[in-house]
Each structure stands twice: as C-alpha cells, then as structure tokens.
Write a protein that binds this ligand. Structure first.
Ligand SMILES: [Fe+2]
Ligand SMILES: [Fe+2]
Length: 361
C-alpha cells in the first residue's frame, strides 16, 4: 500500500484530483509500507524525505511533509539551544526499570492517575504485556508498526507537562516578580527532548487520520487537565510525571527486549534517522534502531529521576538542583547526565540538598 493511501479518504473527500497529484509528488520516496490498522503507516527508508516536488498544480498546503528544509537559500542549518548531553553505551545499558514507592496520599493520587492513563493507552494502541509464562492471543502480538503507534502517541503526550510547568513557572515569576531559581529551563528542555522523540519517530512512521485525531483529542484533554492540576499542586504533578516516566522506561525496555529476541526483524538493521544521529550525537557504529531505543530510554530514565526529585522539593523556594553550582563540588550532586541515576529512593535528603533556603532577589 502506498504511504499516502492512508490519507486518501480525506484527500478524496476534499478534491479527488489532488490525490493523484499527491501520489505523484511522493513517488520519489522509497517506501516499504504495510497495512495501517492502528492509524500509522510505516516507511522503512523515508529518512531521505525532501521537499523536492515535480511541477504540480497541487497547492503546498495540501501535501503533508515532515520537516521540509527551509526555503530560504541563506539558511544552512537551524541550531538548537539545548544541546543533548553525551551518553556512553555502558550508561545506557545500565538503565533499569524502577519504581518509587508511593508513601502518602498525594503519591497515590499521582500513581493512580498514571495507572488509569496506562490502561487507556494500552487500549488505544492495542497493547498487552504478557505475564511470565503467559501466551497472548495473536491480536496482541507487537509488530514494528504497533510499537511505533504506541511511541508516537506516548511522545505526543509526554511533551506537554514540561511545557505547561515551564510556562506556569515563567508566568508566576513575572506575576510575583520573583526569581524562579532555575526550574523553567529544565522543564522546557524536557518538553523539547520529548518533542525530539516524537519527531524522530515521525521519520519512521506517518500517522493516519485516526492517530491524528487521537493525538489532538488527547492533547486537548491532557493539556487543560495538567494546566489546572499544576496550578493546584505542582508537586503532585511532578510526582505524576515521575510515575509516567517509569512507564516510559518500561515501554522502551520491553521494545528493546523484543528487538533483541528477534521478534522485530524489520528493525534488525534499520538505520536511525539523521535527525536522531545529530540530536543525540550518536557515534559511528551505534546508529541503528536498537541504539536509538537505548538513547530514548535513557532520556526517559532521566525524566523519571528529575521529576521525582522535583516532586521532593519545596516548589516555590528550592533551587533546581540540576541547574545549581554547589559550594562543595566534591560531593555527589545531581547533574544533567545519567551517571548519577538513582533507581530507587529519590528522597529529599538523597539529592544532597541543604535545608530549603529562601533565595533573595
Ligand atoms: Fe519520550
Ligand atoms: Fe519522558
């Protein structure tokens, strides 16, 4: 099936002749695709997607393209303000599934909400993980396409909390005319990182209309829900994100396990997209799909640590420990890297903060 056939009903409904033109336009994209019942069609070699189009009367806004190159001839490249820290292979291999025990009612509220989300997402993406020794019906067998469906939905939601938290802290700083103590940058950087996860997967799969509708609906509900919740209790919201990231680590760990077990043969020799190689600075010899999943899983583990840590802090007075320069550099402190990940604990004393102190302007 042609990649565009997923969108064919929508195009045909608007103006049938555009469908043919659009297919011609994309004829240069070498695409191996398969049926998209979950709303995602997959390209196995779509990394070279360009905006080169044959002469066509089709209006630009009726052809969907991901990341077309800039049209201004003087622009060579757009730089990012948030350069990703370099992860070593051993650091990424050491990432483990971990869970922070809920210790009070607010932790349970956050954890319970995440479990409801998890249930809804499993339903939406047709996922069920087998218990040890359990053989699932064939309908629940995960394929490359179903994993990508799940990843895209997950990442489209995961990019929301950091942006909402950063935005609200920014507005609070303006409104109250007080310093933020370094939280905003970390939260916005997290949102940026999650969006890079999404953009990377969109180089591998193109969502169909059903997935797009789900993403729009989920964003509408989740953004507003998280916005209101963050106004009421940012601490519970960070705990919620910490638990959400625990689930993300589980998801990517299981995908890696399936890939290593030979259950995802189309990913065995699949190259990581160029956008990923540049963003994660993936070294030579570690630029395959499996490596990509290791990088993304490490990011999720970092989000897990950061949000559980932020949830331990006094929201309005504690500095962000990930942006702090400490008076004693010899003590072990939180960093932006993944060398100091703590798989369990995340108690306030464990992030080596002094007692909360008010930072005067
Ligand atoms: Fe992510
Ligand atoms: Fe994440």
């Amino acid at each position: 099936m042609n990649t565009l056939s997923v969108r064919a009903p929508l195009r045909a409904a608007v103006r049938p002749q555009y469908l043919q033109l659009a297919v011609q336009t994309y004829s240069g994209i070498a695409a191996t695709t398969f049926n998209p019942p979950c709303g995602v069609s997959k390209r196995t070699s779509a990394f070279s997607l360009t905006s080169k189009r044959p002469i066509s009367s089709t209006r630009q806004n009726q052809i969907t393209e991901y990341f077309p190159p800039p049209k201004t001839p003087n622009v060579k490249e757009v730089q990012t303000a948030w350069v990703h820290p370099v992860y070593t292979e051993s650091q990424m291999q050491n990432i483990r599934i971990a869970h922070r025990e809920a210790s009070n009612w607010s932790d349970w509220a956050a954890l319970g909400t995440v479990r409801i989300f998890r249930w809804g997402m499993d339903m939406a993406t047709g996922y069920r993980h087998p218990k040890p020794g359990e053989e699932l019906p064939a309908i629940f067998k995960m394929t490359e396409k179903k994993w990508l469906s799940r990843f895209i939905f997950l990442e489209s939601v995961a990019g929301v909390p950091g942006m909402v938290g950063g935005m609200l802290r920014h507005l609070r700083s303006l409104r109250k005319m007080k310093r933020d103590n370094g939280w905003i940058e970390t939260l916005l950087e997290e949102a940026f990182n999650e969006r890079m996860h999404l953009l990377t997967f969109l180089k591998l799969a193109e969502p169909g209309w059903f997935m797009r509708l789900m993403v729009i609906g989920a964003q509408g509900v989740f953004f507003n829900g998280f916005f209101l919740s963050y106004l009421i209790s940012p601490r519970i919201c960070h705990r919620f994100v910490g638990y959400l990231e625990e689930e993300a680590v589980i998801t990517y760990t299981r995908a890696i396990e399936e890939l290593e077990a030979g259950k995802l043969p189309q990913w065995n020799d699949l190259d990581a997209p160029e956008i990923a190689i540049q963003y994660w600075q993936m070294p030579e010899g570690q630029r395959k799909m499996k490596d990509l999943l290791f990088f993304i899983r490490a990011d999720e583990a970092k989000h897990r640590e950061v949000n559980h840590t932020l949830a331990n802090l006094k929201q309005t007075i504690d500095p962000n420990p990930y942006q702090t320069e400490y008076s004693d550099p010899n003590r072990n402190h939180p960093t932006k890297g993944i060398d100091n990940l703590k798989p369990e604990g995340w108690e306030r004393k464990e992030i080596f903060m002094d007692e909360p102190r008010k930072v005067e302007v």
